[in-house]
Design a protein around this ligand. Sequence first.
Ligand SMILES: *[C@@H]1O[C@H](CO)[C@@H](O)[C@H](O)[C@H]1NC(C)=O
Length: 356
Amino acid sequence: MNHYSWKSSYTTTALLVGSCCLLAVAAQQQQQQQQQSRSKLAGAFEFVLDFVRRKHSSHIDDDSASNKGMQVLGAGFARSGTKSTEEALKILGHKVYDTRSMLEHSEHIPRWLRAAEDYKQYHNLTELEALLKDIEAEGYTATLDFPVNLFALPLAELRPNAKVLFTVRDNEDKWFESWSDITHLMGHLICRPWKWLIGNFDFPEQLLTILEDFPRTHSQYPEHIYRPLPWFEILHHPAIVDDPGQKERWIALHQDFLKRCQQTLPPDRLLVFNVKQGWAPLLQFLGVDNDALRQQDFPNVNDRSSLQTVRWVMDVVAAGLPLWISLQTYFAYRIARCGVSMITSAAAETKKAKRA
Ligand SMILES: *[C@@H]1O[C@H](CO)[C@@H](O)[C@H](O)[C@H]1NC(C)=O
């Protein structure tokens, strides 16, 4: 077993025990609460488990997508409606490669980093092309979200028929507010115990530095991180969004990246899209003729409250980690003892039978 799978299988088991305890509590409370909040909780568990197991739950039928190649390249940043857009693209039959797909294929991460270096330093697209071919071979037809969005232009260069979808919010201030908020909410992934359990989660920032010369920030204990328990940390001040000048830097990056896309791509290859506009512009841009869909509401997923639940679950799992591990060890011991006593009694039976 390699380093990663050892960590993930151990964590999965620990999380499963924790999840069972929590689900028991949730089931008890369900009588008073509505169905909705429970399914949100279940969804949160699924997210956490998927995340640790690095399994992407949003696969579509592999056969239907295979060999179509990359068709849609997401250039929008996280918190610009990418999750709702992902849902929409899945409805249109796409298989989407995003941050979770990068984590699922952890062997891709060093390749993305190498591809970024080669592209930035020598405009050498060899590694990116090889990686793209491997991704396409798995049936992916779209990329979305930060940090894959940073590759939108070189990927567009490699696939001249692919279209670039730049998701945006109403304005950059609003986008940054949401990005900062979600970084506060989910930034704990770089803290204990998650950094022990899932490894370093800093490749998005590394890619940002390589491709966009974005200065590296470092969230440190105790300035940015609060440590209520030796194994449990809370990131109260993520340096990447909270340090002085970071807001201006992020907004400048967003504006500059959009401008570069507009200058590089012909208008029919680029759509600047706000999910509030609904299906119509997206369907037109992708050349999909579907009147029924056009009338429907655009998907609205991954709102803040479901991530809040994910965070809550992760905090409970993290704070109680020694308890989950002890419970797991205890049950393993009970099962082993039960097995031993079964073997001993079976042996005794055999002996008795022989004597008789
Ligand atoms: C581009 O990069 C690859 C490795 O990533 C290397 O093998 C190749 O020689 C490079 N091409 C040029 C023209 O430098």
